[in-house]
Design a binder for this molecule. Structure first.
Ligand code: ZN
Length: 348
């Protein structure tokens, strides 16, 4: 099992040179995003100028297996470490390269969005022939994460809404997941409180303190799902991303308010969590003390994520839900029928 360490907070990228030196890292392979990277390139270059550096950016926004196979074929240098700088899919792609190449190099993740929490998880997602796969292995967990909120500056509002709501959903889904543990619930609760206090301000302004809090929330939500995984809102989201190009965080939001209502009011017969009833009651109470259906409808409107499927040009929700991988819903605390799943969306 790898150890996992983090530098967190505005300006924490300054820890990178000393970290590289302490690990005797001389040659690094940097996986980076495309245009999003340009505005931070000078800062990153300055921090790794003591090393020989190769950059790799030849992969799609939602990386597919062909991109990975190409990277595995064409990257041949000897490196001491991999650094991934970008959003969740850049970090996931670099994680998969490190894992599938068998190199298992020292790995540093530097997220530039407050969202996926990929810097804190042992999972990596890839599309193989139109299907989304999540690869899981303890060795995929990054050795270090540098969560520096300065990289979140000047992100477009819609991107911030999508990524921060992903973090919010991940914290709540982790909390109610049937795989939750006392520890994952601690991370999840801290993350959801930070999200609640900061998400609107984060999306609507470029306030530094708020960026700091949201990047911390995303990291904690990542640590939480690393233990508990996600549940129904995530399982239902993938088909909307695949078929309608709806960004991940927005796709997760579509079912979220009604899912919250359903998962905090579970009839005994629909209960999917085998723990004692006292636990279930505590879990629901903790959530309802902080959050509600009305709260989510309101907050999603404030940050500009449309929930109405008709307005998004989606009419065939029944067909879409049929394509959902039901196995992925097995972590949800409540069992749903097909019709109930369809009912989680806003259609008119
Ligand atoms: Zn997510």
């Amino acid at each position: 099992m790898k150890t996992h360490d983090v530098f967190i907070g505005n300006g924490s990228i300054k820890e990178l040179p000393a970290l590289l030196e302490s690990k005797k890292i001389k040659k690094v392979l940097v996986f980076r995003g495309k245009s999003s990277f340009e505005k931070i390139k000078n800062t990153i270059d300055e921090m790794i100028k003591g090393c020989v550096v190769d950059y790799y950016l030849d992969f799609a926004t939602n990386p597919i297996d062909d991109d990975l196979q190409k990277a595995l074929r064409t990257i041949s240098g000897n490196y001491d470490a991999i650094i991934a700088v970008g959003g969740g899919s850049v970090i996931d792609f670099a994680k998969l390269f490190n894992f599938k190449s068998g190199r298992k190099l020292f790995f540093i993740a530097i997220p530039t969005t407050a969202g996926s929490g990929s810097e804190a998880t042992k999972f990596a997602v890839i599309w193989i022939k139109d299907k989304k796969y999540s690869i899981e292995d303890d060795t995929i967990l990054p050795n270090y994460a540098i969560v520096d909120s300065q990289f979140l500056k000047n992100s477009p509002k819609y991107l911030k809404a999508c990524s921060s709501f992903d973090a919010f959903a991940q914290s709540v889904e982790s909390f109610w997941s049937v795989r939750s543990t006392p520890r994952s619930q601690e991370y999840a609760k801290e993350a959801m409180i930070l999200c609640k206090e900061n998400i609107v301000n984060y999306v609507l302004s470029d306030d530094e303190k708020t960026m700091d809090k949201m990047s911390q929330a995303a990291f904690l939500a990542g640590k939480a799902i690393n233990i508990s995984k996600t549940t129904a809102a995530h399982a239902l989201s993938y088909v909307f991303t695949k078929e309608f190009n709806i960004p991940h965080g927005h796709a997760v939001a579509l079912s979220f308010p009604k899912l919250f209502a359903a998962n905090t009011d579970i009839p005994l017969l629909a209960l999917n969590d085998k723990r004692e009833i006292a636990y279930i009651e505590r879990m629901k109470k903790s959530l309802k003390e902080i959050l509600s259906y009305d709260y989510f409808v309101d907050v999603l409107a404030k940050i500009g994520l449309e929930l109405n499927l008709k307005k998004l040009g989606i009419s065939n929700v029944s067909d879409l839900v049929k394509k959902v991988n039901l196995e992925r819903i097995s972590n949800n605390p409540r069992i749903f029928t097909q019709a109930q799943l369809e009912g989680l969306f806003f259609n008119d």
